[in-house]
Structures are given as structure tokens and as C-alpha cells.
Design a binder for this molecule. Sequence first.
Ligand code: SAM
Length: 261
Amino acid sequence: MSEWNELIQDSQERWEKNAEHWDDYMGKESNRFHRELIRPYTEMLLNIKEGQSLLDIACGNGNFSKRLAELGANVVAIDYSAKMIERAKIRTKEYTNQIDYKVIDATSYEQLSELGIEKFDSAVANMALMDIADISPLVKSLHKMIKSNGIFVFSITHPCFQPPGVRKITETEDRNGNVVTTNSILLSKYLTPEPYKAIGIKGQTTPHLMFHRPLSYYLNLFSKSNFVLDGMEEPSFQTESNKFEWNEIPPVLILRFRKVA
Ligand SMILES: C[S@@+](CC[C@H](N)C(=O)[O-])C[C@H]1O[C@@H](n2cnc3c(N)ncnc32)[C@H](O)[C@@H]1O
């Protein structure tokens, strides 16, 4: 089972509690994770053209919606947290003409249907699908909402390397007089879908709910709804300032699906 409809309300209440802290922490520019890993690769896969119509799903405090507007897109940005949307509106005031915010639950096919048919050139969901209790109504309605040949790009915590319960291990060794540090992960489960609680950012007082699904779930769900995978990135920090040297284990997976038929 990969749909947990009984947890939707709980997950929404948790995001409402975290919205203000999340917005304060992310600020105007988001954190390094977003700036260096998510944004550049998502923008590359989206390949936005001026005047395009974009749907930003689970937009949070609107940071990426603003970026889309800066690139010339007209954006409909949705989130089920009314507080998050309130903050997003304040944070992106200068783009009122280009961003239309709506409080919508992405697990509700009915609510998503209000957004229209074949209305969007592309859709995006940054770091959100693993936070959504049931993504099957979303995928089904995306096929209706996106124009012919349109795309959906989304980033998620990498399900292969960050499943629930993963342990991060740092070992140091004196190798013939050189201190060598090796980072690795230890995981004991991956295949079974599972809801779990997690802390996303420093100082978050209420853990939010996350929903682990293996890669095959995502691929099969999209192909059943007539989408084909035509882009994929697994970015990791590559700069020397990355003192943790986790370069070989990408924390995030970004996929692009294209609507066919
Ligand atoms: C990790 S945040 C990401 C926010 C934003 N996309 C970003 O990259 O900064 C996850 C967001 O998903 C939203 N969310 C989770 N489940 C949702 C649902 N069922 N419908 C709409 N939004 C949802 C939360 O309210 C939260 O704003």
C-alpha cells in the first residue's frame, strides 16, 4: 500500500504548525540545498520559456514560484497549508500579477479539477511528493491539466539512499599516518512503502509526515497514467566547501515525465 488517506489531516495539521518557522528559516532565497541542488537542475529540466503557464504543486513559501515568475512564467501555485500560502503571498508581493496562489489539497482529485483542463505547459513539485499521503489523484489529474506533450518535473528525497531508518556513518582511520574519513550509509529496508515522521529543517518543533515509496512505484504510477520518463538528475554537493564529502551519495532525485497520448 502506498496511499495513506487516513493520514492526510494529520499531515496537514503538522504543516500548518510548521509553516511560519519554515518560511522564516527558508527566507527569501531558500537554503543551500535548494539553491545548489534543486533549483539549477529543476530549471534545466523544465526549460521555461517566457509566457508559459506553470503549476507549482506544494509550493511552500513560494520561493520557487517566484523564481518561475522571474523567468517569465505565469504561475498557479498550490499548497494545502493556508498559513504557508499566506506567507508565500507576503514573500512574493512584487509578483502578484504573475503568481496566483490557491489553498488546494493535492490528494483531492475534485479540488485539483478546479484548476482546469489542458491549462498548463508544465508542472513542478519541489521536494514534496514524498510529503503527500496519496499521489495517485495528483498524477491522474496532472494528465488532464497539462497540455499535450507537456511535462511534470519533481524532486524528492532520493528513495534509494534516504529511506526511513537509514543510518549515516562517518568513520576515521589512521592509514599509515594519514587520517582518512569515509562516509557511508547503512540501510536495511527499501522496498516496503511506509509513512514516517521526519525533521526537515533545524529548529522544526513538530516533525512532519513523510511517505516512503520505492522508485518502481513512481515509475509504474506515471506510466499507467500515460507519462514517459524523459529526464533524470541525481545532484549532489560537489564544492570543496562540502566538508561532509557525501558527493557519491545523492540526497535528491529529480525526474521529468512527459505526457503522451
Ligand atoms: C518540503 S515542503 C516543500 C515546499 C516547496 N515546494 C519548496 O521546495 O520549498 C513540502 C510542502 O508540501 C506541502 N504539502 C504536503 N502535502 C500536501 C498536499 N496534500 N497538498 C498540498 N500541499 C501539500 C506542505 O504544506 C509543504 O509546504
